[in-house]
Write a protein of this length. Structure first.
Length: 206
């Protein structure tokens, strides 16, 4: 009985030591609080120097969550909030940015499946490329959906005058959308033109 008790205590002590070493070595810290709000999920978005399917899908996952969950308390907003009108503009401009980032990430994700250049020696991969074009087309249409939402949020934010938000990059995006300098419809249309052109080339090669 005593041997069993000693073994149990020793096991617990060893586990605590190992866990402490793991924390020290890898900087691991257990999550104390659940992530529940828009601003919290938005902060998990990362811009990668070299993107791959995993990093892009990670961003899409957190942005999709940020898109659907509620806003945090105004006191925890990304900027200091002083009144309700400013807060309304803040909410619209943040949603504009989130939907804009979703459009961009879905474009990036779809492009990963798109064979850009077709050469004479690509015939053996015809079926794979055609399937890739179908997948790319699906994600480009997802991007278009979020782009249209970004435009709607930009219009709603722009209607609230006299309260520029201290998120200058977001305000620049709003200006570019309003003036047409940023237009993802044109980007998607161009990608779809190239995709369909390559699809036709492959379909002729039998």
């Amino acid at each position: 009985m005593k041997k069993g008790l000693y073994f149990y205590i020793l096991t617990i002590l060893c586990f605590n030591v190992l866990f402490a070493d793991f924390q020290k070595e890898y900087g691991f810290k257990p999550m104390r609080n659940k992530i529940r709000y828009k601003e919290e999920f938005f902060r998990l978005y990362n811009q990668w120097l070299y993107s791959d399917l995993d990093s892009i899908s990670r961003n899409i996952y957190f942005l999709e969550l940020a898109y659907v969950v509620p806003f945090d308390h105004p006191i925890k907003a990304l900027i200091p909030i002083t009144n309700e009108i400013q807060y309304e503009r803040y909410k619209n401009i943040l949603m504009m940015h989130i939907t804009l980032m979703l459009a961009q990430e879905y474009i990036n994700y779809g492009y990963m499946y798109m064979k850009e250049n077709i050469y004479f020696f690509n015939k053996e991969f015809k079926d794979e490329y055609l399937k890739g074009y179908e997948i790319a087309e699906f994600y480009f249409e997802c991007a278009r959906k979020y782009w249209k939402e970004a435009i709607n949020y930009a219009i709603a934010a722009d209607e609230i005058k006299g309260y520029r938000i201290d998120l200058h990059y977001f305000e620049d995006e709003l200006y570019k959308i309003k003036t047409g300098k940023l237009n993802y419809d044109e980007v998607i249309d161009n990608l779809m033109f190239r995709l369909n052109r390559n699809r036709e080339i492959l379909m002729k090669e039998d």
